[in-house]
Ligand binder design. Structure first.
Ligand SMILES: NC(=O)c1ccc[n+]([C@@H]2O[C@H](COP(=O)([O-])OP(=O)(O)OC[C@H]3O[C@@H](n4cnc5c(N)ncnc54)[C@H](O)[C@@H]3O)[C@@H](O)[C@H]2O)c1
Length: 249
């Protein structure tokens, strides 16, 4: 088996430390660099790195990816904060290095990614769908990015088959019905003791389907990250979302 040489950016952070450990224990992968704030990403090619994993901070991740692409190093990026504009600049950068692959994935938990896909598959068959996300109270944003993404996927699936608005309450406090994302209600629970959880409720007369995902620990991201590290070399250009690498049809 040939060995893939891997670097981790943000290696001193919570996710970075988890990924360093995972790469060190993974067959076929060799950790060749573990960089943090004061290290020079621009000199990473000297280590022989073929793939770099970025779990840093939103303010530096684009510059890191640009530096990686310019050195011909594939990138697997979990850092949040990407916009259409920043993704567009990476696409433009990749035009000059068409052999390089970059994956930007807002969620590396396989179960969370599958839950979104299953919800999108089911949505066309149900009159009603709502999303409930539940997190620890230190999470800064609400609703979560994954819940938004789920609601958008449900809305797209409904629109594709011409489903109209869902039946809803006609009276009461608007806030009691949660946020509305593309016409889909999203409820955010913040409770001490929780980690990261999501439920998608789909209802028809006389039946309900519940799709639930629970993330209990950041090790839940490891299998998705390792899969992406192994797969990204065969996927030149920009890929957004881990689902694109899971062969889900
Ligand atoms: N996609 C996912 O599944 C997923 C999962 C968990 C976290 N995240 C995201 O990953 C990012 C990191 O999360 P975390 O909890 O590990 O944060 P963290 O604050 O624990 O770690 C970030 C690390 O990046 C380092 N850093 C800052 N600037 C750097 C630079 N220029 N070069 C290299 N390293 C630099 C910091 O020193 C720190 O060690 C966040 O954006 C978080 O939202 C994504």
């Amino acid at each position: 088996m040939t060995t893939l040489r891997v670097a981790v950016l943000g290696a001193a952070g919570r996710m970075g430390r988890t990924v360093v450990e995972a790469v060190q224990g993974a067959p076929g992968l060799e950790l060749v660099a573990a960089l943090d704030r004061s290290d020079d990403v621009g000199a990473l090619a000297d280590t022989g790195a073929q793939v770099a994993v970025d779990f840093t901070v939103p303010s530096v991740t684009e510059a890191n990816v640009t530096a990686l692409v310019r050195q011909g190093i594939h990138a697997v990026v979990g850092t949040t904060g990407w916009t259409e504009e920043s993704l567009g600049r990476v696409r433009a950068e990749l035009a000059g290095r068409p052999e390089v692959g970059v994956l930007v994935a807002p969620n590396f938990a396989l179960g969370a990614v599958l839950a979104v896909r299953f919800a999108a598959m089911a949505a066309r068959w149900f009159e009603s769908a709502e999303v409930v996300e539940l997190h620890h109270p230190d999470k800064v944003d609400a609703p979560s990015g994954t819940a938004r993404h789920t609601a958008e996927a449900i809305a797209r699936a409904r629109a594709a088959v011409g489903l109209g608005p869902m039946p809803d309450a006609t009276q009461g406090a608007d806030s009691a019905r949660g946020a509305e994302v593309d016409g889909v209600r999203v409820h955010a629970v913040r409770l001490r003791g929780l980690t990261a959880h999501e439920e998608i409720l789909l209802g028809n007369p006389g039946e309900q389907l519940t799709i639930r995902h629970d993330s209990f620990d950041r090790v839940s991201f490891v299998p998705g990250v390792l899969h992406a590290v192994r797969a990204i070399g065969g996927r030149p250009g920009l890929t957004v979302g881990l689902d694109q690498l899971l062969d889900l049809g």
